[in-house]
Design a protein around this ligand. Structure first.
Ligand SMILES: *[C@@H]1O[C@H](CO)[C@@H](O)[C@H](O)[C@H]1NC(C)=O
Ligand SMILES: *[C@@H]1O[C@H](CO)[C@@H](O)[C@H](O)[C@H]1NC(C)=O
Length: 186
């Protein structure tokens, strides 16, 4: 491999990465949640403390909702899971729900990658916004935000939320350089 070819590749790499850096990547998905029954995806684990104005203060739960490419439970494809820990932490400003979430992609072009989301949720129906603070794989060093809002209830036990992910893929360059280093054993 000639060094001038390698230098050219690096220049190309930098040019294509910075061209994308200004814009947001938009990923549009639907979160399918079943809150009760045999197929429940959401569970409360620690009961509330019944303190302050918020009857649910102190309640802690987990969820493992489906991430699908459409709003219909039967005519959309599963692309991943929305796995979350949540706690009702608003003593005087309920619900003040604190969440820590991993969006785990299992199918499609982002399979094997994850996005990490943290933040406070002020209303369960939405729309609400939470911060995307990083990721792995295709989303290394990604940053952005997620807007989530309830769109419909396919059954009395379930709710479908529209999920809009707006991302800056800061790690694009890092991921490409890693692949490049592996290819040429640098
Ligand atoms: C639970 O899921 C199974 C498999 O998808 C389905 O056959 C069944 O009807 C579901 N039960 C309820 C109560 O939705
Ligand atoms: C998908 O299913 C939903 C109901 O679950 C229905 O409203 C919608 O029209 C269906 N879409 C297509 C393209 O069949």
């Amino acid at each position: 491999m000639t060094s001038s070819w390698m230098l050219l590749s690096l220049v190309f790499l930098l040019a294509t990465s910075s061209a994308r850096a200004g814009g947001f990547k938009h990923i549009h998905l639907y979160m399918h949640e079943t809150f009760t029954g045999p197929n429940a995806t959401l569970f409360s684990v620690v009961p509330p403390l019944h303190r302050g104005d918020n009857a649910r203060f102190g309640m802690v739960g987990v969820l493992d909702d489906e991430l699908r490419d459409g709003p219909g439970p039967r005519n959309s494809s599963l692309v991943g899971r929305f796995q979350s820990l949540f706690a009702f932490a608003g003593l005087v400003t309920p619900p003040g729900m604190q969440t820590a979430t991993s969006l785990v992609f299992t199918a499609g072009q982002n399979a094997g990658s994850t996005l990490v989301m943290v933040g406070s949720i002020v209303s369960s129906e939405g729309p609400y916004e939470t911060a995307l603070v990083g990721g792995t794989g295709a989303f290394r060093m990604a940053r952005g935000y997620c807007v989530l809002k309830a769109v419909w209830s396919p059954t009395p036990e379930s709710t479908v939320y529209e999920v809009n992910l707006l991302l800056k893929l800061g790690g694009n360059l890092l991921a490409k350089m890693d692949a490049w280093k592996r290819t040429y054993a640098l």
